[in-house]
Design a binder for this molecule. Structure first.
Ligand code: MG
Length: 371
């Protein structure tokens, strides 16, 4: 039993990134997010809302999530006792979309539920692996030498897989050069929807580079054009932005729009939906991997528990804390093992210790919503 949720606190956090992160749609120098703290049964649970300040990855923003949480999701949560986070997620379905807002609160409820049950998140979700292979996502740089320095640093740190962000003018030649210098490394690219079907030659030109996958080459809301593109490529397409639910995933697989799915709990409304997508993909023999939204330690630990499930056969975007932050808000931070893996948390709840003084240090705004 999850029980009665007595109050929920929201905190707007802003932490400097150690290195700016640029994708085809934006450049980030700070990590801003909302931390959700749910209080009930004398316990507290934490979750992270991964929405960005601007609606450039999806339609949500930190402000829209704050609004959804304060005005709709939290009031609906405080009115009753809950059996488990699954029952809660089902009850929030009438509130359309707003997946990142939902996922942040659901994460806090999972933390609480894990403590009540005395089981780690990985145990609750059926994860069997104690360590998971991880990769890094490398943003677009001002020049090739700057990117190559990043790649070298990541490879030296022990990462098994490199993902390169691409956009028109920063694609085939860049990927080809990285492949030339690192013929053995697992390599994949992510376009974040920067191309159209007119660009099929760009992807054909990468067919000989032994890429694990091409992530979200076409529009963020498309499945049909991706099916057309996948039909013309031997390299697997992986969908990220286009998949918001198990149903989206079912349709994409049915249309053969991709052969791999990136699961991000924030994008699909939480861990309950992530588990459903994982199960569907497993039943179709489709590999999945855990994507990232530059999470703080809170979201990172929870994603690690998810990535311990059997279907997560490809390395996740679950780098060590130090790759993004000088000091994470969890202590100890997430670290990379010498074999390119990260250890899955075994503690109940969040799976690690939150450093409240650091949370307060980075906190810009706080609001308590009680019954
Ligand atoms: Mg992506």
């Amino acid at each position: 039993m999850l029980g009665l949720i007595e109050a929920v606190e929201l905190r707007l956090i802003s932490m400097p990134l150690v290195h700016p992160f640029e994708t085809s749609f934006m450049r980030e120098t700070d990590k801003d997010c909302i931390l959700v703290r749910a209080l009930g049964s004398g316990l507290e649970g934490w979750g992270e809302v991964v929405a960005m300040p601007e609606p450039l990855y999806n339609e949500e923003t930190i402000a829209t999530c704050w609004h959804m949480l304060v005005d709709f999701l939290i009031p609906k949560t405080l009115r009753r006792a809950w059996k488990d986070p699954g029952e809660w997620a089902q009850a929030m379905r009438p509130l359309r979309r707003n997946y990142m807002a939902k996922a942040g609160l659901e994460g806090a409820l999972w933390d609480l539920y894990s403590q009540v049950q005395g089981k780690s998140l990985a145990q609750l979700w059926g994860g069997r692996r104690s360590r998971v292979p991880v990769g890094v996502s490398l943003g677009i740089e001002a020049s090739m030498p700057e990117l190559l320095a990043q790649v070298e640093q990541a490879v030296e740190a022990g990462y098994r897989r490199i993902k390169l962000k691409i956009k028109p003018t920063w694609d085939v030649a860049v990927v080809r050069e990285v492949r030339r210098l690192y013929p053995q490394i697992q390599l994949q690219v992510d376009a974040n929807s920067a191309y159209t079907l007119d660009d099929v030659e760009v992807f054909r030109a990468m067919e000989d580079l032994d890429l694990l996958l091409i992530e979200q080459p076409l529009a963020h809301d498309d499945i049909i054009d991706h099916a057309t593109l996948q039909g013309q490529l031997a390299t697997a397409i992986c969908l990220d932005e286009s998949i918001h639910s198990r149903d989206d995933c079912r349709k994409a697989l049915q249309l053969q729009a991709c052969r791999i799915i990136n699961i991000k709990p924030g994008r699909v409304g939480g861990f309950c939906e992530s588990l459903r997508i994982h199960e569907l993909c497993q039943s179709h023999g489709v590999p999945v991997w855990c994507g990232g939204m530059l999470e703080t330690g809170v979201g990172r630990l929870q994603n690690l528990a998810l990535a311990s499930l059997d279907g997560f056969t490809l390395p996740g975007d679950l780098s060590a804390s130090a790759r993004y932050f000088r000091e994470d808000i969890i202590d100890p931070p997430v670290t990379l093992e010498s074999d390119g893996c990260v250890v899955v948390p075994t503690h109940v709840g969040l799976g690690g210790r939150l450093d409240l003084s650091r949370v307060e240090h980075y906190c810009q705004k706080m609001e308590l919503i009680a019954k």
